[in-house]
Design a binder for this molecule. Sequence first.
Ligand SMILES: Cc1cc2nc3c(=O)[nH]c(=O)nc-3n(C[C@H](O)[C@H](O)[C@H](O)COP(=O)(O)OP(=O)(O)OC[C@H]3O[C@@H](n4cnc5c(N)ncnc54)[C@H](O)[C@@H]3O)c2cc1C
Length: 410
Amino acid sequence: MNLINKERVIIAGGGASGLVAAITAARRGFEVLILEKQDRVGKKILATGNGRCNYTNINISGYNFYGKNREIIENVVKEFPPERIVGFFKELGIQEYIDNTGKIYPNSLQSSSILDVLRLECRYLGVKEICTSEVKEIIKKNDSFIIKTTDKTYTCDKVIAAFGGRASPQLCSSGSGYPILESLGHSVNHIFPGLVQLKLDSNYLKRISGIKVEGNITAYSDGTEIKKDSGEILFTNYGISGPPILQLSRHCVDSIEKNRDVVISLDIFPKYEKNELFALIENRFVKMKYKTIRESFIGLIHKTLVDVVLMEAGIKDKDLPGTKFRTKEIYRIVNVLKDWKFKVLGPYYWEHAQVTAGGIDTRDIHPSTMESKLIKGLYIIGEIMDVDGDCGGYNLHWAWSTGYAAGRSL
Ligand SMILES: Cc1cc2nc3c(=O)[nH]c(=O)nc-3n(C[C@H](O)[C@H](O)[C@H](O)COP(=O)(O)OP(=O)(O)OC[C@H]3O[C@@H](n4cnc5c(N)ncnc54)[C@H](O)[C@@H]3O)c2cc1C
């Protein structure tokens, strides 16, 4: 349906959510202007999915999203299943590529394809963009809005706030939208970095920095399990990184911010039960009785990890033959390999976070139109809302979905 509508809409922020909102609004006949702080729109999209843009996922459910208000999450997820997002992009020319975990990318495996089709569609629809234009203030005056930027003032009938969050400020999201919306009466639930590497308390980090292991990882808060994941883990000089770490991070950081004691446990031999691993190690000691305990681990674990694992297990003399060690010492080694505990100190920097947890309290946002319940004609979309998703296409899914919902509801 193509409605002719002379109403003027300003979209504050030309990121993922803002571009989709612009397209949807323009298709309905609105006159749309995007005000973007950076020198071009959609810069962050280019960095997503390691330059490939994991734009949604075949498995989307409310469980993949976090935030204080479940109603809006359930509503958006129900209204925007992955096929709807895939369909939206297909119409723009994006053929989907689904990997074996369910992550969806453009078939070109280029995030620039996603940005290109969004920009082209905006151009065909006559959406105007003004870049290098930072929105400083939004004022509601009678039935219209006054938008003040660094150098100009605009008026419009409706505003869509698509400022993004605070994660990765070097890619444009400085968190400038929060005070603007606060000044309009919206409250901000405490924000913290999500999908981020973790800083650990450990004396070994410098030695093992750069080592990758495949394993299971479990996070505990005050001794209670809060989240599990598995995959490739990378030790760094500050702590730990890798996809499963990003996945756990918001749960760890949330607990730390609540002053809880957070510990992660690594199982770097996930395919072996403890007794099987015990037998494997004991057998190696017997078979290679001429080797020191240190030498007998070569080929079983990364060479740099050998000394660290043995130290952690309390083995002091690493030059003794493996056969000199008893059951309890082998068990201590098994315990390190299957349940290596690290205290989590906190998130790595905002610059490294992929998403912002917390944000504008969504109880003040209408769950299907994204219109503010406090200010008529103001719509709030994307990462600035108190909703964040797992790693795997969920955050962009949220951005596109809420952008679409706002654009069609104006
Ligand atoms: C490195 C990286 C990789 C990622 N990879 C993925 C992925 O593969 N899959 C996935 O689902 N998610 C991914 N994400 C998360 C995803 O990119 C974001 O959640 C999503 O872009 C949020 O969309 P948004 O429109 O709310 O905000 P943004 O995309 O951040 O857009 C906000 C826009 O508003 C502009 N802006 C901000 N303040 C102002 C102002 N005052 N005035 C004017 N303009 C302003 C910004 O410059 C920006 O262009 C990744 C994030 C990062 C950092």
